[in-house]
Design a protein around this ligand. Structure first.
Ligand code: CUK
Ligand code: CUA
Length: 623
């Protein structure tokens, strides 16, 4: 095993590694490898994307407590777009128009931790992106033809579905375990009743692609522990999923000490096909409108695997044969075998149970413990095309490359600083690409120009193609990417304009149909936006004027009839705290009460033509 030498002597290590690496190859491969490495491209060239060309991958980085998703291009690491998911965003009018405001459900922020692509046969299909909100316990789905959020649901009985918008091989489910245990229905219960009344609920969420709606299929009432990271099985383990837990001590205060007492916590191993069958067989209770499985009452489908205390990440290998757990407090990565677990379950080799869930013996499921020398704080693991593992070391600030089969450490690279997750190209699929890895660093410190005491986070692009990992680009990012997903760019098929929807009663596609209708104290405007004017009622003396009475309920339906690439219009009423966006071909509605009398200019907020400045009108409110 190669010894880890600090950065100063890194070059010597690199040379040594290169020698070993080349010696292992056949002459042909060896020449090719030397030719490749002798191209000696500078890092700048490796990340340079010439004008007219595009990046090879999309990176979707979770925006943490911004409630947004950040879209980057790889390898340039250019920030392309911020897509609001759980928080309103005036740049796109998200949270202001009727549909997104309703989806937001009155919440004004979210904490987006884990994004996950929809999958077909274990591969990203480029159709949808799912995400979870730890802040207000929600889940969302984004359509990748338009990069817009289509549905958000509340996840009842849980508090902070931290982990896991991780999805199964054919997007049958995403499983959302709760980070904080709460009483079912979030009813009041003193913390003295914690073990008895509190629960850690896992929710199985389905997605109806036709309706673009999320639904909760069933929930499982687990013991009152904290559920952390999870991953869905693949191939041989496709019917299974795993998640880590901590605080199996059931501490209710001072968690940093009390939740770390026991030597072991658990990984929950569950068979979702079996849970699905249990629900079909009626083995559940109806609670708060949900189908809730109580394991102490209806046994089956769930098992506990002991693991080093306070585990954080758990990741399934691309071949689906193993799952690897890492814990902040124990400096090791533990490789577990699904096959061994299946055998132990078949033979009922249990070592007791907790709350009706059988405990498997550590020795009968564990395959190896891997402890790279001086590597501290392992958190999350990603994989390349050869099945090699890359684990982030939060404390020793590095990525360690290792072989899950042998446990051998193959390479290490320092990152700036304290990586939480990393993400590999196509990393959560059954066939990762192996080209790039991005370290999602929690702390940037001295990396960029200072913007005051609080610094951005940093994302560092690592080239995996050579024999040594090499950091080739670094990009600042807003707080804070917890996890990310990297997908081949050609898998995503965006549309350039919204197709006409003649069935939409709110849409108008020509001037003759524009009109303002009054029904009691409701005013409905059916207008169009086009370069470079608004037409709310073509027959009126002033077609770009809307007049209402104070107290009226106003509905403005606006269709952008510029069926033309990148011609987006905005619609704002000056002084009314309103701004929506209509993308090419789109119809959007804003609904509000005219509670202020007076004169309020209307204007287009999104640059659309040389006469953008002239794209205005008046909103008049009679007292
Ligand atoms: S978690 Cu592990 S570093 Cu995935 Cu929310 Cu942040
Ligand atoms: Cu329309 Cu600016």
């Amino acid at each position: 095993m190669k010894k880890w030498i600090p950065i100063a002597s890194g070059l010597a290590t690199g040379l040594l590694a290169a020698t070993v690496f080349f010696a292992d190859l056949s002459p042909g491969d060896r020449n090719e490898a030397i030719a490749e490495s002798s191209k000696n491209k500078t890092n700048a060239e490796k990340v340079y994307v010439p004008f007219g060309e595009k990046d090879e991958y999309y990176l979707f980085a979770s925006g943490g407590h911004s409630g947004q998703m950040f879209i980057y291009g790889v390898p340039s690491m250019r920030h392309i777009r911020t897509v609001p998911v759980f928080s309103p965003d005036s740049a796109t009018g998200y949270g202001f128009d009727k549909h997104s405001k309703e989806m937001m459900g009155g919440f004004t922020w979210g904490d987006l931790h884990h994004p996950a692509f929809s999958e077909t046969n274990g591969d990203y299909d480029g159709k949808y992106m799912f995400a979870t909100d730890v802040g207000n316990s929600r889940a969302a789905v984004m359509n990748l033809e338009t990069f817009t959020v289509k549905d958000i649901i509340d996840v009842p009985n849980t508090s902070g579905p931290h982990c896991a918008a991780f999805v199964t091989e054919n997007t049958e489910y995403m499983f959302l375990p709760t980070r904080f245990a709460v009483p079912i229905g979030r009813e009041y219960a003193p913390l003295d009743d914690y073990s008895e009344k509190y629960r850690g609920v896992m929710s199985a969420v389905t997605f109806d692609e036709k309706k673009e709606k999320l639904n909760i299929a069933y929930q499982v009432a687990l013991p009152p522990w904290s559920y952390d990271l999870s991953d869905a099985g693949k191939k041989v383990s496709a019917d299974w999923a795993v998640m880590t837990t901590y605080n199996t001590e059931e501490a209710t205060t001072n968690l940093e000490i009390n939740a770390s007492q026991a030597d072991r916590d658990f990984i929950v191993l569950f068979n979702w096909k079996e849970l699905e069958q249990m629900v079909k067989d009626g083995k559940y209770d109806e609670v708060t409108g949900q189908k809730m499985i109580f394991p102490e009452k209806h046994k089956g489908g769930m098992y506990l695997v002991p693991v080093a205390k306070s585990p954080h990440g758990v990741d399934v290998t691309p071949d689906g044969k193993h799952f690897i757990a890492s814990g902040k407090l124990a400096p090791s990565m533990t490789v577990f075998s699904f096959e061994k677990a299946f055998k132990a379950i078949e033979n009922k080799e249990f070592a007791g149970e907790r709350n009706g869930i059988p405990i498997l013996k550590y020795e009968s499921v564990m395959e190896k413990e891997v402890n790279p020398e001086n590597a501290l704080g392992p958190l999350h693991t990603q994989f390349d095309d050869q099945g090699m593992a890359y684990t982030t070391m939060f404390i020793s600030s590095e990525i360690v490359k290792w072989d899950p089969k042998t446990g051998e450490t193959l390479d290490r690279v320092p990152v700036q600083y304290s990586p939480g997750h990393s993400v590999a190209a196509e990393g959560d699929t059954v066939a990762p690409d192996g080209k790039y890895l991005i370290a999602l660093n929690k702390i940037a410190k001295d990396s960029y120009l200072s913007v005051g005491p609080s610094h951005p986070e940093s994302m560092q692009l690592i080239d995996l193609r050579g024999d040594k990992m090499e950091v080739i680009q670094s990009a600042p990012v807003n707080p804070e990417p917890h996890y990310a997903q990297m997908i081949k760019a050609d898998k995503i098929k965006t549309i350039t304009v919204y197709p006409k929807d003649e069935k939409n009663p709110d849409a108008v596609y020509n001037q003759e149909e524009t009109r303002i209708e009054r029904k009691g104290n409701e005013v409905h405007v059916y207008g169009i936006a086009m370069r470079s004017k608004f037409i709310f009622d073509a027959k009126a003396e002033r077609p770009d004027q809307i007049e209402v009475k104070k107290g009226d309920k106003v509905f403005i339906h606006l269709t952008n009839i510029d069926f033309d690439q990148d011609i987006t219009h905005g619609f704002a009423i000056n002084g009314y705290d309103l701004n929506i966006e209509v993308q090419p071909g789109q119809t959007n509605t804003v609904e509000f009460t005219a509670d202020k009398a007076g004169t309020f200019p209307i204007y287009c907020t999104n640059f659309c033509s040389a006469l953008h400045q002239e794209m205005t009108g008046y909103f008049l409110v009679k007292p």
